[in-house]
Design a protein. Structure first.
Length: 259
């Protein structure tokens, strides 16, 4: 009850009463990110990590779930896409049915997208088909740690179920359907099953990080709890706790390589 009241009090006024599956809400979230310096710096860090992890050889790079973000400022020639038409998005794409030739992509990048894909196994099959040898799937996704389980269970609006029996979930819409624990389920809990079903995809890196800053930023759905000028100080503080990120991180950078 207390946490529900807290979420309502902290809800961002621009999107508090809007339908998450309405493209207009995604456009408002773009405005929210731009207007919150603390949050915008976090997104800039995410995009820098993705850009730095790209394979060096040529080929197109596709971003899934581009609507509210600005990753194209960090990756030259990025193909932006989303599940519905949005300003600045080049393609409307279903992740389970990618409209690209076999072996044509250098990389697929995404931030906070995989846990919204209800048919994640179909997406992984499609991604493996479209990537050239040595290509990568690069993502920043919510992660399961002792700290994040508390935060996501009590202070976040999206479903978060590390005990889900399988990789799918009911979806009433592109954004309301989710399980924030799906990336951890795939690449930790069910790692052996993932490797058995997708031998063509090697898990190169899983790096938990960002224990506090996203929460303090309020994300795209809540008011910011910190002014923008303190972002650097909080990033430095988190850096001092790097050895604890595996138990405190709320997100993880995940890299998969096409064999």
């Amino acid at each position: 009850m207390a946490t529900s009241l807290l979420r309502r009090l902290l809800a961002h006024p621009l999107t508090a009463s809007l339908d998450l599956d309405d493209p207009a809400t995604t456009e408002l979230r773009r405005q929210i990110i731009a207007s919150k310096p603390f949050l915008k710096d976090i997104y800039a860090e995410w995009y820098s990590l993705l850009a730095a992890s790209l394979p060096s050889a040529g080929g197109d790079v596709l971003e899934l779930g581009s609507g509210a973000g600005f990753c194209s400022e960090y990756i030259s020639g990025l193909i932006t896409s989303d599940v519905f038409p949005c300003p600045g998005v080049q393609m409307v794409i279903n992740a389970a049915d990618l409209p690209f030739l076999t072996g044509s992509l250098r990389a697929i990048v995404m931030t906070n997208v995989l846990h919204h894909v209800p048919e994640v196994a179909r997406f992984l099959s499609e991604a493996a088909r479209c990537l050239r040898a040595g290509g990568r799937i690069l993502m920043v996704e919510p992660w399961v740690t002792s700290w994040s389980k508390f935060v996501y269970a009590h202070l976040h609006h999206e479903p978060f179920d590390p005990d889900a029996r399988d990789w799918s979930f009911a979806s009433k819409g592109p954004l309301t359907g989710a399980n924030g624990a799906i990336p951890w389920i795939l690449f930790v809990r069910d790692r052996k099953e993932f490797e058995s079903r997708f031998p063509e995809l090697a898990v190169e890196q899983v790096r938990p990080f960002l224990p506090f800053r996203y929460l303090l930023s309020g994300g795209v759905s809540m008011r910011s709890l910190m002014p923008g000028f303190l972002h650097g100080a909080w990033a430095g503080f988190e850096g001092l706790l790097k050895s604890r990120w595996p138990t405190l991180g709320m997100f993880a950078l995940v890299s998969l390589r096409r064999r």
